[in-house]
Ligand binder design. Structure first.
Ligand SMILES: Cc1cc2nc3c(=O)[nH]c(=O)nc-3n(C[C@H](O)[C@H](O)[C@H](O)COP(=O)(O)OP(=O)(O)OC[C@H]3O[C@@H](n4cnc5c(N)ncnc54)[C@H](O)[C@@H]3O)c2cc1C
Length: 491
């Protein structure tokens, strides 16, 4: 096989991963990112000495990140330092009512037993099952290209069929009565972008990732993983270009011939891999060559969008944790607004992160960096007034829980919401996390990894297999690159 010229669109985790695998196989790879900065949804914002990860903050499944680097004879530790958080995170149900998810499982069991006698025994059984499922998911499911249902048929998956019929919510609720413990066990699947009542019990492997593998922080923030991928890519010969929005994928005689960027430049390619949002990538193509129609996209269940605030505080804030989930409101009411009614929630759950509690590099000495996130239905109209209203609400709720006032300590804040996701990343309906991992949108039922009419066009990223999340974005890049390499090896 002669070395080929491959264009990769996008500078997020999936595109960077695909670029690394393709360059490692000896091809000439050029990556084109629309924005002036790399990282996509995981980009970083530095302001007045504060450092904010604008997207992902939970580093889960460290084994999968390690597997990525090992594919290149490297280790994550060659690029960054990992710190395990203890507690991994805390859930606040109201003033004085908190649940800390300790890095030490025996403490977690003790805490569960104290709240609900008998629940520790269930949790042990649950995590054992979750551990089996984790291995099955990693070894048999997650690295598959989603081309055929047969990929998923193994003795290990067949014996777990019933776990695809029951939801994680019903499984947990059959066994746990305490509302707080139920929420704690249902929370991890929210990372998959769907309601626990719609997520198969099989996905309890997320609880294994949470409680057994732990929550980690990269010193310097999640962006260090983007930086590591960039360093790796450059060492493998990938050419990285920022500020190069692709405006057209050029097609001739049922083949992709290259791409055109906004400045009118044509970039010739033997194949293209796009890690831009799937729906947007299709808009760059002639209509007859698109995989899916608008009505297909309209019928998809998207994972949430989000309203985010990045805030600099002029003091250290006593009692705040690295990650806190504010579950001091009705989860059901909020979930209905996201998934059933697509409207702004009255009193949403929210997430608060203070990475400078663990990592002094994230804020100037004596100050605190805060990130707040409210999950929302994608496609909502957002305005500055609405953003401000929610900011005031979450500050009041934080102050009520902390028992002291924080708003006078705000040095600056930046908000980010649906319209920013659309304009910055070309995100379909402003989604933050891609498509929901409900059963009918899992594996072979996700938007396909290859164009059906243009055999040299591949898709990667959180809207195709395996789905949303940092480790899964790395895997998606590997899958797209592997499928393209198989095809190139045949030609
Ligand atoms: C707020 C938030 C919090 C999250 N929290 C977590 C978490 O804690 N843990 C976790 O594991 N996951 C988390 N996620 C999910 C995770 O961040 C994503 O799944 C992952 O970053 C997606 O990577 P990607 O490569 O698929 O897409 P992206 O990062 O969106 O990359 C796509 C890139 O394509 C570029 N692009 C678009 N159009 C063009 C064009 N025409 N030409 C050139 N380039 C183009 C975009 O600018 C972008 O850089 C979070 C996501 C968000 C948004």
């Amino acid at each position: 096989m002669k070395n080929k010229k491959i264009i990769v669109i996008g500078g997020g985790f999936s595109s960077l991963a695909a670029a690394c695998y393709l360059a490692h196989a000896g091809h000439e790879v050029v990556l084109l990112e629309k924005n002036e900065h790399m990282g996509g949804r995981a980009r970083q914002w530095k302001h007045e000495g504060f450092v904010f990860d604008m997207g992902p903050t939970f580093y889960w499944m460290p084994d999968l990140m390690e597997a990525f680097f090992q594919d290149f004879g490297k280790s994550a530790s060659d690029y960054y330092e990992l710190l395990q958080l203890d507690p991994g995170y805390e859930i606040v149900f109201g003033k004085g009512d908190r649940l800390a998810v300790s890095a030490d499982l025996s403490h977690v069991y003790e805490q569960y037993e104290r709240i609900e006698p008998g629940s520790a025994a269930f949790l042990k059984r649950f995590l054992k099952k979750a551990g089996f499922n984790y291995r099955v998911a990693i070894d048999k499911v997650i690295y598959k290209p989603g081309r055929s249902v047969l990929e998923l048929i193994h003795p290990e998956t067949a014996t777990r069929v019933f776990q695809f019929v029951e939801s994680i919510q019903s499984y947990v609720r059959r066994n746990i009565k305490d509302a707080r413990l139920r929420q704690a066990l249902e929370f991890p699947v929210l990372f998959l972008g769907a309601k626990p009542s719609q997520t198969p019990a099989f996905y309890c492997f997320m609880n294994y990732a949470d409680m057994v593998l732990g929550t980690w922080h990269i010193k310097g923030g999640m962006y260090q993983l983007i930086q590591a991928q960039m360093d790796l890519a450059v060492s493998l010969g990938v050419q990285l270009h920022t500020g190069q929005p692709v405006q057209k994928i050029v097609v001739e005689h049922n083949r992709v011939r290259g791409v055109e960027t906004r400045d009118g430049r044509f970039w010739q390619a033997d194949a293209v891999v796009s890690g831009a949002d799937y729906h947007h990538t299709e808009q760059l193509l002639p209509e007859r060559t698109r995989n899916y129609s608008e009505s297909y996209w309209n019928s998809r269940v998207l994972a949430p969008s989000a309203l985010l605030f990045y805030v600099g505080f002029d003091v250290k804030l006593p009692e705040v944790k690295h990650h806190t989930l504010f579950f001091d409101a009705s989860f059901e009411a909020h979930a209905k607004c996201i998934y059933d009614r697509a409207e702004w929630p009255e009193r949403p759950l929210f997430y608060a992160s203070f990475p400078s509690v663990t990592d002094e590099g994230m804020a100037p000495a004596g100050k605190e960096a805060g990130i707040f996130l409210i999950p929302l239905a994608p496609g909502l109209n957002d305005s500055d007034e609405i953003r401000e209203r929610y900011f005031k609400q979450i500050l009041s709720r934080m102050e009520a829980v902390l028992g002291y006032e924080i708003r006078s300590h705000i040095l600056f804040k930046r908000s980010y919401c649906v319209r920013d996701f659309m304009s910055d990343y070309h995100a379909y309906k402003g989604n933050a996390y891609g498509l929901s991992n409900i059963l009918r949108q899992t594996a072979v039922f996700k938007p396909g990894i290859q164009n059906k009419r243009l055999s040299n066009l591949f898709y990667t990223g959180q809207l195709t297999v395996p789905g949303p999340g940092v480790p899964t974005a790395l895997i998606s890049g590997k899958i797209a690159a592997t499928e393209l390499l198989k095809q190139l090896n045949k030609s």
